[in-house]
Each structure stands twice: as C-alpha cells, then as structure tokens.
Design a binder for this molecule. Structure first.
Ligand SMILES: NC(=O)c1ccc[n+]([C@@H]2O[C@H](COP(=O)([O-])OP(=O)(O)OC[C@H]3O[C@@H](n4cnc5c(N)ncnc54)[C@H](OP(=O)(O)O)[C@@H]3O)[C@@H](O)[C@H]2O)c1
Length: 266
C-alpha cells in the first residue's frame, strides 16, 4: 500500500520543532496533508505550524516531552481526537548524543534509550490499534546510519538506533501481510538549516561525506511513502556501504577503529 493523495492524509510528525522533522512537516503540509507536530520547544513549533497552516489550515501543534513514556498513550488519543485520526505516524524525535562508551554513564545511556527507542515504540503501539481497525496506516521510523555502522565514539546513540531498527524490522515482519506499512529511514549526515535546500539527486548519488539538506531528505521520505518502500538510505549510496560491511564485519570494525584512532570520527 502506498500514499497516493496527500490532501486526505493526517500525519503526526514527532520532533518537528527543528531539523528533519520540521522539514518533513513543511513538505507534507505543502502537499496538502493535515500535519500534527509535537516537541518540547513551543516557540519553534509555532513557527513551523504557521508555515504548515498556509497550505494545510487544519494543522496543529502540541508541546510535549516525548521521553515521558507514561503520557504517550493519552497523547496519541488526544491527537487522534483533534486531527480526526492518524494516517501516517512519523517517528522522528530523537537526540544525537555522541560520546565514548567508557565515558557514558548508565543514566545517559538510559535517557537515550528512552527518547530514541522506547518512545517511538510506545507511540507506535498506541497508534496501531486504530490503523489496524481502519485497515490502513503508515509508520515511518527515522533511524540512523549509526544503527548500521555501530560507530565508535557514539556507542549509546548507535545502540539505541540499532534497538529501534531491530524492533521495527521485527514488528513489520509480524504485520507484513496486514494493511499497515512500515518505512525505515537511515540518514547519514543531514544539514539542518531550513533555508538550505538542494537538488533531489543529492539523496541518490551523494557519497555521504557531505551533508544532505533537510528539505532534500524530507522529499526523499515523501517519495518513499508514495512508492511504499520499506527501507530508505539517505543518501542511497549508503545502502552499498551497509551491504559491504555485512559481508565482513571484522574488516569494517577495524576500518572504523582506524578512523576513530586518527580522530576522523570526532
Ligand atoms: N541530522 C543528522 O545528520 C541525522 C542523522 C541520522 C539520524 N538523525 C535522526 O533524525 C532525527 C531528527 O534529528 P535532527 O537531526 O533533525 O535534529 P534536531 O534538529 O535536534 O531535531 C530533533 C527533534 O526531536 C525533538 N525532541 C528531542 N527530544 C525530545 C523530547 N524529549 N520530547 C519531544 N521532542 C523531542 C526536538 O524538539 P525539542 O528539542 O523542541 O523537544 C527536535 O524537534 C533524530 O531521530 C536523529 O537521531 C539525524
């Protein structure tokens, strides 16, 4: 199942006060989708909402700390009530916190797991029943290349994104023959300035060393939904890198270790 007409879609984008989430919200609203956005920083959310409402007047925003897991079930019910339902859930909110494994206290690891893994899981579990009952729905998961490369210097982040990826691959497998579709996204380096855009070709052929502008990534995610693709690498060339890595993880780990030792990863 693919998304055909955005005018009929009600989309909840988490972490849409800045960066990738804001770009996805703006892009889908420009297609006419009614967008619900949420994050902690109300002022930034309001700016994004103003843009969305120019083309999608029924769009709404909610200020919420999504790492408060106990509140997420009630939050999804509220969004369903106020938007009239959720056709597409974009699990984007997250924190990118680097740090050597030996210097990361357990509390920081737990905090990353909460926002980068448990929160999108809980939101999805809360949104799925209505989607399954309706017989349609899409769940987007913004993971990270870190989940595929286990990057030295960001162990806690890579671990949380790996957990996220594994969970949603397994969940998608459980529901594969139902109507709800899952879409996993693996960004490499994304530039977060909303005023910097670029050619869509960057999402295809860029080598991954340069930042891909967030609006380019947002359009790539839209095309992923329109095509019904399960996986998206941004840029797409990263998929080959991941395939090569999986053929020889020892060699790939040694390669990353040498980059880490040389300071290239810092
Ligand atoms: N940029 C990259 O190169 C890159 C690469 C791979 C993956 N990613 C992933 O892309 C996603 C978006 O990140 P970004 O790069 O666009 O960075 P960003 O600009 O910092 O966006 C992160 C968003 O998540 C929200 N958020 C964080 N913690 C939250 C919380 N506890 N409750 C509610 N909202 C929260 C932030 O809003 P508030 O601060 O207002 O709450 C913000 O809107 C993340 O999942 C990140 O891991 C990014």
């Amino acid at each position: 199942m693919t998304v055909k007409a955005w005018e009929n879609q009600r989309v909840l984008v988490t972490g849409a006060s800045s960066g990738i989430g804001a770009a996805i919200a703006r892009d889908l609203a420009a297609q006419g989708a009614t967008v619900g956005i949420c994050a902690r920083r109300t002022e930034l959310l309001d700016t994004v909402l103003d843009d969305c409402r120019k083309t999608a007047p029924a769009s709404r925003a909610w200020t919420i700390d999504l790492s408060d897991l106990d509140g997420l079930e009630a939050f999804v019910r509220r969004v369903e009530d106020e938007l009239g339902g959720i056709d597409v859930l974009v699990n984007n909110a997250g924190v990118t916190l680097g740090g050597d494994a030996l210097a990361t206290p357990l509390a920081a690891l737990e905090a990353q797991l909460r926002i980068n893994y448990l929160s999108p899981v809980q939101l999805t579990l809360a949104a799925l029943p209505a989607m399954r009952e309706r017989g349609s729905g899409h769940v987007v998961v913004i993971s990270s290349m870190a989940a595929r490369t286990s990057t030295p210097g960001e162990a806690a982040y890579a671990a949380a994104k790996s957990a996220l990826t594994s969970y949603f691959e397994a969940l998608a497998g459980e529901l594969w023959f139902e109507a709800v579709r899952f879409h996993l996204v693996y960004p490499a380096l994304i530039g977060l300035d909303p005023d910097v855009d670029g050619d869509d070709e960057l999402a295809e052929s860029s080598t991954g060393e340069a930042h891909i502008p967030a609006p380019v990534m947002a359009r790539a995610v839209r095309r992923q939904l329109e095509r019904g693709d399960f996986e998206l690498y941004v840029p797409r060339t990263m998929q080959d890198f991941v395939a090569r890595r999986s053929r020889n993880v020892t060699k790939a780990t040694e390669f990353m270790a040498s980059l880490y030792r040389d300071g290239t990863l810092h």
